[in-house]
Every structure is written in C-alpha cells, then in structure tokens.
Ligand binder design. Structure first.
Ligand SMILES: Nc1ncnc2c1ncn2[C@@H]1O[C@H](COP(=O)(O)OP(=O)(O)OP(=O)(O)O)[C@@H](O)[C@H]1O
Ligand SMILES: [Mg+2]
Length: 617
C-alpha cells in the first residue's frame, strides 16, 4: 500500500501541474484531512441532490401519469416499504414527498458542511502560505533585501496572500459546483441521452467561448498585482520619508507621484473588472437561449412522438433550470481563478528557491574564539553583476586584541565587518575562525558569541526593556540596570515617563540618535560577547558622552576581540592594530604608531583631522 502511495506521489511530482504549482500544493500536507473532508461533504451534498432529483422525477410522474410504476430499484422490500409501489396513489405521493424532503434536508446539511470545511481549508492554506513566506524571508541571504523593495514584500505578504486565499476559495467552490454538475449530467443522461447530448454540446460551446475571456482576464491580472506592489512600496516610502519630504518641501512632487500610482491601480483594476464583468451577463443570455431552444425542440421532437414522458421533460427542465446558474457559476469561477494569475505569479516569485541566495548553515558548534579570525584572499560583491566591493583582503584579527578599520566613506569597512558574523559569504576566498572555514560553523552558535553595535541599530516599537534584552533570555532586572548604567543610558531611561517600560515608537522615533546608540550598546553589553563589532559606535554622541561610553566600551572590550570602525581617529589610537581600507583594498596595516611614522594613508587622515580640529576650534 505504502509502495503504491509513494509511486503515485512520484507520478504526480513529474506532472507539469505539480511543477507549476508545487509551492502551493506542497502545503496540503499540513491540512489534507480537512481538505478531504471538504471534498467528501461536498460530494455527498451532490449525491443527495442527485437522489432528490430522481425521487422528484417519480413524484412528478405520480402526479402526471399515476398508472406507471415509478421507481424500481429491483429490491422488493425497498420498493414496497419506501417507495410504496403497492400502495394507493396518495400514499405513494406522501411517501415520495417525505423522501424528497428528507433528501433535501440531507443535501442542505452537506451543502452547509462542504463550504464550511472548504473555508477552513482555504484559511489553513493562507495560514500555511504566510508561514512559508516567513520561513523564506528569514532564511534568505541579506543580499536579497538590498535588491528587493520592502513594499513589494509587504504587499505579497499581505494583499497577494489574501487574494490567493480568495482564489483558493474560488477553486474549491469550482470543485464543489463541478461535482454537483457531474451529478446533474448523470441524471440528465438517465432521462434522455439525446437531449443531454444536445444540451451538453451547447454548454460546451459556451465554455469554449468563455475560455478566450479567461485568458484575457488572466492577462489583465498581472498589471493589477504590479500596481498593487508599486502602491504599497510608495505608501511605505511616503510614511517613512515624511520628515525628509516636509523639510525639503517636496509635497507637490510626492503628490504627483502618489496620485499617478493610485490612478495606475484604478486603471488596472477597472480593466480587469471590465473583462470579468462581461462574462456573467453574456453567459446568462446565452444559456437562456440554450434552455429555451432545448425545451422547444424536446417538446416538438420527443414528447409529441411519445419518446419522452411529459414528467421526464419536466424533470429535465427542472435539472436544466437548476443547472444553469451552476454552469454560470462554474464559468464565472474559471474567470475568477484566471484573475488571480498575477498574485500567484508574485507569490511564486518570492517563494521560488532557484534564483535566490541562501546562507547554508554549517554543523560545527562554535564555542569561543581561541586564536584568531583570518581573512584569506577574500573578494566580495553584493551583486554578481556589480563591481566587487572588497578585493583580495588578507587580514588576521587576533583574539583579545582590538583591530580598527579606517578608511573613507564607502571604502568597504562595514562590508568587511559584516563578513565576520556571516551576514554575507565572500565571493572568493575564505574567512577562517581558529582555522575553520566560517561556513562550517553553525550560524546561530557563531552569532550568539557576537555583538554588533552598528551605524543604524534597529529599535523595535516596544519597551526599553524589550529593546535592551532583545535576543537574550531570562534577563534579571539587576543585569538590565547594570547594562544600562554601563552604556550610560540609565539616566535618560529613568527620565522617560515609564522608565524601562516606555514604548519607543516605530524605529525608536522617541529617541535621539545618541540615545538609540546607547540602547544598542546596552543591548551588546548584555550579550557578554566574545567578539564585538563596533561600527561607528560612538558616532552619534557628543564628546562628553563619547568619552564616558568609550570608557564603558573599553570595559566591555576586556577579554573581548574587538573590530572597531571609526571615523574619528582619536577613538582608535589605542587599538592593537589599524587596518586602512581604500576602495575595498587594504592599503596599510600595523599599529597606530607604526603607520603614523610610515607617513602613508593613515598619516594623511591624521593630518587632515588635526587640521580640521584646528579650524573647528
Ligand atoms: N546592501 C548593499 N548592496 C549593494 N551595495 C552595497 C550595499 N551596502 C553597501 N554597498 C556598497 O558597498 C560599498 C562599501 O560600502 P560600506 O558600507 O562597506 O562602506 P563603509 O566603508 O562602511 O562606509 P561608511 O564609512 O560610510 O560607513 C559602497 O560602495 C556601497 O555603495
Ligand atoms: Mg559603514
């Protein structure tokens, strides 16, 4: 059995349909039970509907030509007890009437359960899709984010998944209506195969006509998704850039931009809806034509010649009348499903794994740095098409020492430091940590031993406490206060309305630049790191605070391996080693004193900064 199942699975997996949609289909493994129930209930609904139709046929027959025996299932006791074949007409009518009512109630029960389970299936589907998106976003290399607009991603996460959920709902409605339709068709064939063929032929023609509309609708759905993504991006940018917009007085420019993108959304949606809305009235008109043609022909050919009983024609008509909205719905759903093409493509684009860079996790546990971090012939570029940002970096960072990176803006200092916690992998060359390739270490074990205080620390819209303790479990109040004190943040935290429980606002809008930085330092202190990366850690501070923080950083750095990036040379005079970067290359390295004496690049910076200090004062 297992074998049959696996070979069936592998058979499905080579089909075009699977390959096209596997990012969606694979999610079924999490809720297939519910999906199967939805299908069973819907199908039972359709079966009871079919059975009711058969009994209705007999019911009508008893009314119109009572002399005929109605249902004969070939089982005597069923015929006698249930259908009342031996009873008088009115008794037979009541029995059949009761049966119709019973079947109608059963049908209604399942017509309720089917959609309920279908809704549960599509809610589970959307939930799984959101979780899959999370897993994808969290495991992608950071380089993906420098090439993708966050608005696009927010749009996919929010709007496109909601759209796909509707699409999935439409697909399950399609399956439910489709299965009912099959039951109707079977019933029609049982009554008159000739009429059925004529009707089906006409309905098939209708479907073929509608197919060309489906293609048109699908095509119109792509601009809608694109416009939606552009709109979300613009909206997010507008809100985050409000300060810059106000200060540079570009409201009119932004208004034009926003209005034009909003109109693009309107136009794309209108075009799509125009295509979608054409279908229903058209299909309705055509199916009414079909219905009337079939009835008139049927009466003239089959009833007049006695091939068909009037009761059967009545049932046939009854089925056709019930079937018509169903056919319209099925066709409508086909069009609707087509209209989700754009969203499906967008989600697939985010979830596809082939065209993206992932950091492959290693399996060696990193416990602590014993000797050194060594860069060996490292090249790096953010994008394969771009020029390399780092060239031929050879560098040894010794345990317990402070290594300072110096260089002009854009020289590649931050990039170089980012390779140590493996935020990116080198394009060429290797970074070793105690002689082991960084790629072989478990990323989480490596990063747990590191702390980064960077140029732009992210402050969460949560309490001060949450922000300082972020990423560290079970922090005691004492430790928290100690870290805040060491980072020189304690006083300003106490001054805030709710102290450690003050909520800091989106991206820490309630903090000054220097305060953000001190929160970041406190966060780093709490981690008790082995390796500390300070990327302009003191850049946003006044000289008094800087001195205080420098002291606490010195305190923190004891026994720590430090990589410090600083523009102000005064902060790195005491570094054990200074590395000067220019345009992604190391041009000098040695102790501060040595390099000054050599009168090279560092000496030039030294001269420049000294003279600017003189001008300042
Ligand atoms: N995410 C990114 N995607 C693409 N290019 C990037 C990215 N980040 C930086 N760069 C490019 O890499 C180069 C080095 O940037 P990096 O941030 O390392 O400079 P830096 O030396 O830290 O400068 P600064 O002193 O201004 O912080 C720059 O030319 C920059 O344009
Ligand atoms: Mg930098």
């Amino acid at each position: 059995m297992q074998k049959v199942f696996t070979s069936f699975q592998s058979l499905i997996k080579v089909t075009y349909f699977w390959k096209e949609n596997y990012v969606f289909l694979r999610e079924f493994k999490y809720f297939w039970g519910i999906a199967v129930l939805a299908i069973i209930f819907s199908f039972l609904g359709a079966i009871f509907e079919g059975a009711a139709l058969a009994v209705i046929n007999s019911f009508l027959q008893v009314l119109t030509s009572p002399e005929k025996t109605s249902i004969n299932l070939g089982i005597d006791w069923l015929n006698v007890w249930i259908f009342g074949s031996k009873s008088n007409i009115s008794d037979r009518l009541s029995r059949l009437g009761f049966l119709v009512v019973l079947l109608a109630w059963l049908r209604s029960t399942f017509a309720y359960l089917g959609p309920v389970y279908a809704k549960l299936t599509d809610a589970s589907f959307a939930d799984r899709m959101r979780k899959s998106m999370f897993e994808q976003l969290i495991s992608l290399s950071l380089s993906y984010y420098s090439q993708t607009r966050s608005g696009d991603l927010v749009n996919s996460l929010n709007n496109e998944i909601a759209t796909i959920q509707r699409g999935f709902g439409a697909a399950s409605a399609f399956a439910i209506r489709g299965s009912t339709l099959i039951v109707y068709i079977v019933a029609m064939f049982l009554i008159s195969w000739q009429l059925s063929i004529v009707s089906l032929g006409l309905f098939t023609m209708l479907s073929v006509m509608i197919s060309s509309f489906v293609i048109r609708v699908r095509e119109a759905s792509f601009p809608v998704s694109q416009a939606g993504a552009d709109f979300t991006s613009t909206g997010i940018e507008l809100i985050s850039a409000m300060r810059t917009i106000q200060t540079s007085s570009t409201q009119n420019f932004e208004r034009t931009r926003f209005y034009s993108i909003s109109e693009k959304v309107k136009k794309a949606l209108f075009k799509l809806n125009k295509a979608v809305d054409l279908i229903r009235p058209l299909a309705e008109a055509i199916s009414t034509t079909i219905l009337i043609c079939v009835i008139v022909t049927a009466y003239n050919i089959f009833v007049v010649s006695g091939q068909l009983q009037p009761a059967s024609l009545l049932t046939f008509m009854f089925i056709l009348f019930r079937m018509m909205p169903l056919v319209e719905q099925v066709n409508g759903l086909r069009v609707e499903i087509g209209s989700y093409g754009g969203s499906i493509a967008k989600i697939k684009e985010v979830l596809s794994t082939e065209d993206k860079v992932y950091l492959k996790d290693g399996d060696l546990e990193f416990t602590s740095l014993k000797n050194s971090i060594d860069f060996f012939a490292v090249d790096f570029s953010y994008d394969a098409l771009d020029k390399p940002v780092l060239h031929d970096i050879n560098l040894s960072i010794k345990r317990g020492q402070t290594t300072a990176l110096v260089g002009t803006s854009g020289a590649g200092k931050t990039t170089l430091a980012d390779l140590v916690p493996r935020l990116y992998d080198p394009t060429h060359g290797v970074v070793f940590i105690d002689g082991v390739d960084l790629k072989e270490l478990r990323i989480s074990s490596l990063r747990r031993k590191m702390a980064i205080v960077s140029q732009n620390t992210f402050i969460f819209n949560a309490s001060v406490r949450y922000n300082i303790a972020y990423g560290v479990e079970n922090v005691s109040e004492d430790l928290l206060i100690e870290a805040a004190k060491q980072a020189n943040a304690f006083e300003f935290i106490l001054d805030m309305p709710k102290g450690f429980d003050t909520v800091l606002g989106d991206r820490g809008v309630r903090l000054s630049g220097g305060q953000c930085q001190r929160i970041a330092i406190a966060r780093a202190l709490l981690r008790k790191p082995d390796i500390l990366i300070l990327d302009e850690a003191t850049s946003a501070l006044d000289s008094v605070t800087e001195r205080l923080i420098q002291e606490s950083l010195d305190q923190l750095s004891k026994g720590c391996t430090v990589i410090a990036i600083a523009h102000r040379l005064s902060t790195i005079v005491r570094a054990d080693k200074v590395v000067v970067l220019e345009k992604g290359r190391i041009v000098e390295q040695g102790s501060y004193q040595e390099l000054i004496e050599r009168k090279g690049a560092l000496w030039k910076y030294h001269q420049m900064q000294n003279s600017s200090v003189e001008i300042d004062s």
